[in-house]
Design a protein around this ligand. Structure first.
Ligand code: ADP
Length: 166
C-alpha cells in the first residue's frame, strides 16, 4: 500500500430519480477514486415539481449502490465548493452526454475553479445506450405511461410506479 492520501470524489446532481446513466458514470469513476460521494443537491434549479423528495432520492441511491461499499450517499445545501471543502474532496465528477451538457458543464467547471482552485472537475462519458438519457426524460415518459424499465433499476421502477399510480 502506498502512503498517498485517500482520493475522494463527489458526484453532485438532483438524481430525481437515479437512472442507469448515473449508475454507469458512478461505476466508471470507481477506477479513479477510493471513495465516491454521490451528493443530492437540495438547491438544484429544477423548474418542475420533483417526483421524489431529497430523502426518497437518497434512499433509492443507497439501495442502488448497496453493493458498492466505496460509494457513499449524502446531500448538500448551498455551494458545491463549500461541501467539497467540508468532505475533503479531490475532484468533482460530472457526466457528459451527447452535445447538450457541454456548455453548462464547462461554465460550472470554470466557476468552481474560480471559487476553489484546488478542486478539479472530471468528466466521464456514459455507455452509448445512455448518452441521451436524462432523469427529466425518464420522469416525463413514465408519467405518460411509457416503459422506462431499460433506463432505471428495478427498484427505482417499482417506486416510480407506486408514485405515479398511487
Ligand atoms: P439529469 O440531467 O438527468 O436530471 P442530474 O442533475 O441528476 O441529471 O445529473 C447529475 C450529473 O449526472 C450531471 O453531470 C449529468 O450530466 C450526469 N448525467 C445524468 N444522466 C446522465 C447520462 N445518461 N449519462 C451521463 N451523464 C449523465
Amino acid at each position: 500500500m502506498s502512503d498517498r492520501p485517500e482520493t475522494i470524489a463527489i458526484y453532485p446532481g438532483s438524481f430525481d430519480p437515479v437512472t442507469r446513466g448515473h449508475e454507469d458514470i458512478a461505476r466508471r469513476c470507481m477506477k479513479l477514486t477510493d471513495t465516491l460521494i454521490v451528493a443530492v443537491a437540495h438547491t438544484a434549479t429544477q423548474v418542475k415539481a420533483p417526483l421524489f423528495s431529497v430523502e426518497e432520492r437518497i434512499e433509492l441511491l443507497t439501495d442502488v449502490f448497496a453493493h458498492e461499499p466505496r460509494i457513499k450517499v449524502m446531500h448538500f445545501q448551498g455551494l458545491l465548493v463549500q461541501f467539497a471543502r467540508e468532505v475533503g474532496a479531490t475532484f468533482v465528477l460530472r457526466g457528459l452526454r451527447a452535445v447538450s451538457d457541454f456548455e453548462y458543464e464547462f461554465q460550472m467547471a470554470q466557476m468552481n475553479r474560480e471559487l476553489y482552485g484546488d478542486l478539479e472537475t472530471v468528466f466521464l462519458t456514459p455507455e452509448h445506450d445512455f448518452a441521451f438519457l436524462s432523469a427529466s426524460l425518464v420522469r416525463e415518459v413514465a408519467s405518460l405511461g411509457g416503459d422506462v424499465s431499460g433506463f432505471v433499476s428495478p427498484l427505482v421502477l417499482e417506486r416510480m410506479r407506486e408514485r405515479l399510480e398511487g
